[in-house]
Design a protein around this ligand. Structure first.
Ligand code: FAD
Length: 415
């Protein structure tokens, strides 16, 4: 695979861009792989990448029923932060955030990581206490955050209205090295790196069954035929319940549509990400100038990839309270993704009752930020057969033991 560089851009400019290679090979399934990963979203691709990079395991197939990155990875609002409350969460999200810092260099692919800073507004006394507590917890965890005053909020984001009609801004939890990245590029960068290591990324191939013998996984049935494997990892977000059923076990997961929308592009007016959990909305500005707006999750289970219309109204109303200047913006488009929600709003990275079969899911409304850290931890679990330190607390057994990692506040509206 040719290296991307400033020199390569100049060379291709001179010869009419005829020398670029495809970023990844189109692959057909082989009979057998050491590892099959189901789901070519960010988490599946990152898992494959770290299997190769950290453990030298490259006889790997990533099987995707649609196109790679076409699930939640290509549908999210790209917020990256690690200001979670509980120690296991802060550890994996901060590992992930730190991997984002060098991802473009590591993958030789510009993922446009922009550590512009993320603030979570405190608009009730309860939130002030909660975010002060999180800032203290983050200090102990080595995650750089601070609780800032309303004046500092205004300084960082001049378009904000501090004295909203319902909830004034009382302060914010501020993480200066949090930010955004280009979601498609994250999937494409990992896919290219995996393909360069010799892995097969097989698109338009739906897994329809999981095969096993004597309680051990032996392969999968797919729309492109039977494929054997020694180890299998399911990384399919909102479809995790279906895959688990194929493997013969149940998951404590609900699938719901979560939606987002973008406005028409305008001149740069906001260079931080702002989340307002009490009024329920969040916003950032894309490099193209569109205001990227996150809405709520549907209150019922579904697979529509659209999201209910009333959420658009609620979200826009909340954001007009917070940023009155957006009231005159036209909204350009709206979409949804199917997110996989656990009861404690923390992910599952786990072995399963079927030997050789692993699962990574439950990232819910906030797993884009976790892609590299999750891939790192899941690859370690697959390679060693048991979860390492980053994943140890996120096993399925926590639901049986009542050992929840409660992140419902950190997850909230916010991503
Ligand atoms: C509107 C919205 C906004 C969001 N905003 C943020 C945000 O700002 N920050 C953040 O951190 N997170 C955010 N998220 C959450 C984030 O997008 C997800 O947690 C993350 O992308 C999950 O990645 P994944 O790789 O696990 O899943 P996905 O990207 O969904 O990939 C799973 C893949 O599995 C494939 N698949 C399913 N079934 C099968 C099968 N039977 N056979 C083969 N393939 C199969 C699917 O086609 C899909 O491509 C948001 C999500 C949405 C929907």
């Amino acid at each position: 695979m040719k290296h991307y560089s400033a020199f390569a851009i100049a060379r291709e400019a001179l010869r009419g861009h005829t020398g670029w290679e495809r970023a990844w090979r189109a692959a057909s399934p082989k009979k057998h792989y050491d590892v099959i990963i189901v789901g070519a979203g960010g988490h599946g691709l990152a898992t494959a990448y770290y299997l190769g990079k950290n453990f030298g395991i490259t006889n790997v197939a990533v099987i995707e029923k649609g196109w790679l990155g076409g699930g939640n990875t290509g549908r999210n609002t790209t917020i990256i932060r690690s200001n979670y409350l509980q120690d296991p969460s802060a550890a994996i999200y901060e590992k992930s955030r730190s991997l984002y810092e060098t991802m473009s260099q590591d993958l030789n692919y510009n993922v446009m990581y922009s550590p512009r800073g993320v603030m979570m507004l405190a608009q009730t006394e309860h939130e002030v206490r909660g975010y002060r507590r999180t800032a203290h917890a983050n200090a102990l965890q080595g995650v750089e955050t601070q609780f800032i005053t309303p004046e500092r909020v205004k300084e960082l984001c001049p378009i904000i209205e501090l004295k909203g009609p319902r909830y004034p801004v009382l302060g914010a939890l501020w993480q200066p090295r949090a930010g955004t990245a280009r979601h498609d590029a994250v999937a494409w960068g990992y896919a290219r790196a995996c393909s360069a290591m010799g892995m097969d990324i097989i698109q338009k191939c739906e897994v329809t069954g999981v095969r096993s013998e004597n309680g051990r996984v032996t392969g999968v049935s797919t729309s492109k035929g039977e494929i054997g494997c020694d180890k299998l990892c399911m990384v399919v977000a909102g479809h995790s319940g279906h895959l688990a059923e194929m493997a013969g076990f149940r998951l404590p997961i609900e699938s719901v549509a979560l939606q987002a929308l973008v406005s028409e592009p305008i001149k740069p007016c906001m260079d931080v990400v702002v989340m307002a959990n009490t009024v329920h909305g969040y916003m950032s500005q894309s490099d193209k100038g569109e205001m990227v707006i996150g809405g709520g999750a549907d209150g019922y289970n579904n697979y529509t990839q659209r999201g209910s219309f009333h959420h658009i109204e609620e979200t826009v109303r909340a954001l007009i309270e917070t940023f009155p200047m957006i009231s005159r913006l036209k909204m350009l488009r709206q979409w949804g993704g199917i997110v996989d929600m656990t009861g404690d709003r923390s992910p599952i990275i786990s072995t399963t009752p079927l030997t050789g079969c692993f699962i990574n899911c439950g990232w819910g409304t906030g797993g884009f930020k976790a892609i590299p850290g999750s891939g790192w931890a899941t690859a370690e679990m697959i390679a060693k057969g048991t979860p390492g330190p980053l994943a140890a607390e996120f096993g399925l057994n926590r639901f049986r033991e009542g050992r929840f990692i409660d992140e419902s506040v950190a997850a909230g509206v916010a991503h």
